[in-house]
Structure formats: structure tokens, C-alpha cells
Design a protein around this ligand. Structure first.
Ligand SMILES: [Zn+2]
Ligand SMILES: [Zn+2]
Length: 282
């Protein structure tokens, strides 16, 4: 083992600028990220035109499909843009939204088509759609690494206090998750954002949604991912295997908890919360 004395300020700066993106196109990203956005039921979508990865905001009492989830050729659902690959922790290349708006307005003189042109891809020139326009123009990273690093030092924007939503498909857990950062303050404060924390398995991830049904009564299922999409921090490890083992040892079926609000009869409370793994010191 080699010991070197270093100035921590320098190390921090070096780390900040060497941690790089995996590439610009979707095909450059991790296979897990590509698979997640390709799956029309996963609450994570990609907009090639804007080069953004979005966790959709889905409204209660509305079909997800009517809110452009999954996205169509014409429309991308509104939601929260993520900054890091949730499967590798790498920076994503960053949005080209503002650059595109500028080109449309200044260079192409299409100012009169705003704001519709932002939301509807049928409006405006074909040459400004998909990944091609920003690849052709060689638009590099737009991610603001200094700002993201700065966010990491901030307390959560809102304290953890999710509303007890009247629809079970929107209910978040009442206990504060072990990783809770500045940006997650916004996310967990808004029931519509399809990113969830499950206390019993200690997993964070994207909701799995049937686009043909309102979220209101959908079971809380997620595609777990090991990194925080907003700050890139490695999240505590998933305890799904251990949890399922303890559930089965009691003669219960892990699948029963997913669809049930509140937990089904006969379930010990500690297996429906973080209590079991906290008690075991995991
Ligand atoms: Zn939102
Ligand atoms: Zn975070």
C-alpha cells in the first residue's frame, strides 16, 4: 500500500473534473439505463431531442397514457430531470433544452411558435428533432458539475414530511430514507414524482406503472437502482434477498405486501418497515 500526502482541496477539485460522462448518446450509456428507458412501464424516460432523462410526474385521477407516459413521438411527459446515471453514478451529458430554444428563436426566427414548440415535436423543423441535431452541431457537456457538487453540501430543500395521500398508489413511507439529499427534498415532497423509497427492502428506484391505469390504486413496485439520480451518491445496499428470506421463514409471501395497503393481515409490523433491518444492525 502506497501512502501519499495530499492537499485535500486539490484532491476534491481533481475528483470533480475527472469524474466524467459515459458519452452523449443514449447508446453510450450503461445497458441498465438503456433498458430502463426502453421499458414503457418504468418511470424513467429519455427525450433525445432535449438530451434529458426524466422521472415523470403523474397526476392522480388521470390515465398515465393521457399524460404522455410512456412518451410518444410528439410529446414527452413532464417531470424531474436527473443528473446522474442511477445504475453507475456517472454524470449524464446534460440538457440541450436552452441551446435548442435559442437556435429556434434566434437562428431560425421561430419565436412566435413558443411555448407550443417546446412541448409538441410536430411543431418546428425536423432538423431539430432527435439526437441528430445536437450530434451534428457537436454540442458537448452541459452539466454544471460545480453546481451539482455545491448541491451536495446543502441540506434537503424540504424536510421529510410526505402527505398521507388519499390514494394508496401515491403513498410514500412515513420514515425518512437513509439517503436524503438536497434534491430528494423536492422529489419526496411531491407524490406525483415516480421515484420511490421502499423502507422494508431499503431500495430506491423508479416506479413500475401500467400506462393504461390510473396510478391511484396501482401497487408500489419499483425498478431499484444503486445510485441517487440527483447527486450520484452510492445508496445503501438493497436488502431484498434478506427481507424475502425473513418473510418466507414466517410462512408469508413477499408478493402479498406489494399490492396491499395497508399491509395484509398476519404480517408482523417490523417486516413492513425498516424496523427489521435496523434491529438486526444491517
Ligand atoms: Zn414535479
Ligand atoms: Zn442524493
Amino acid at each position: 500500500m502506497v501512502c501519499i500526502t495530499i492537499d485535500t482541496g486539490g484532491l476534491r477539485a481533481a475528483y470533480l473534473f475527472t469524474r466524467s460522462i459515459m458519452g452523449f448518446r443514449l447508446s453510450d450509456q450503461s445497458p441498465d439505463l438503456q433498458a430502463a428507458v426502453a421499458d414503457p412501464t418504468v418511470g424513467l424516460v429519455y427525450s433525445p431531442t432535449n438530451r434529458v432523462y426524466i422521472v415523470p410526474d403523474l397526476q392522480p385521477q388521470n390515465l398515465p397514457r393521457r399524460q404522455s407516459f410512456p412518451p410518444t413521438k410528439r410529446r414527452v411527459c413532464p417531470g424531474h430531470t436527473i443528473s446522474f446515471c442511477p445504475f453507475t453514478g456517472a454524470y449524464l451529458p446534460g440538457s440541450v433544452d436552452e441551446i435548442r430554444d435559442n437556435i429556434l428563436e434566434e437562428e431560425m426566427g421561430l419565436g412566435h411558435l413558443f411555448p407550443d414548440i417546446v412541448f409538441d415535436a410536430r411543431i418546428g423543423p425536423r432538423s431539430m428533432r432527435g439526437e441528430q441535431w445536437w450530434l451534428k452541431r457537436g454540442i458537448g457537456e452541459t452539466v454544471n458539475k460545480e453546481e451539482l457538487e455545491e448541491d451536495k453540501t446543502q441540506p434537503p430543500f424540504h424536510s421529510y414530511d410526505p402527505i398521507d395521500h388519499r390514494f394508496p398508489g401515491y403513498r410514500r413511507c412515513q420514515e425518512e430514507p437513509p439517503h436524503f439529499c438536497y434534491s430528494l427534498g423536492f422529489v419526496f415532497d411531491d407524490a406525483r414524482v415516480m421515484y420511490w423509497y421502499l423502507p422494508h427492502t431499503r431500495e430506491y428506484g423508479f416506479r413500475i406503472i401500467d400506462p393504461e391505469q390510473r396510478v391511484d390504486f396501482q401497487p408500489i413496485r419499483i425498478l431499484p437502482a444503486p445510485y441517487c439520480p440527483w447527486c450520484g451518491t452510492r445508496l445503501p445496499s438493497s436488502l431484498r434477498t434478506q427481507w424475502e428470506e425473513r418473510v418466507r421463514n414466517r410462512g408469508l409471501d413477499p408478493d402479498d405486501l406489494v399490492a396491499s395497503h395497508p399491509p395484509p393481515e398476519g404480517w408482523p409490523e417490523e417486516l413492513t418497515t425498516s424496523a427489521w433491518w435496523k434491529n438486526e444492525g444491517l
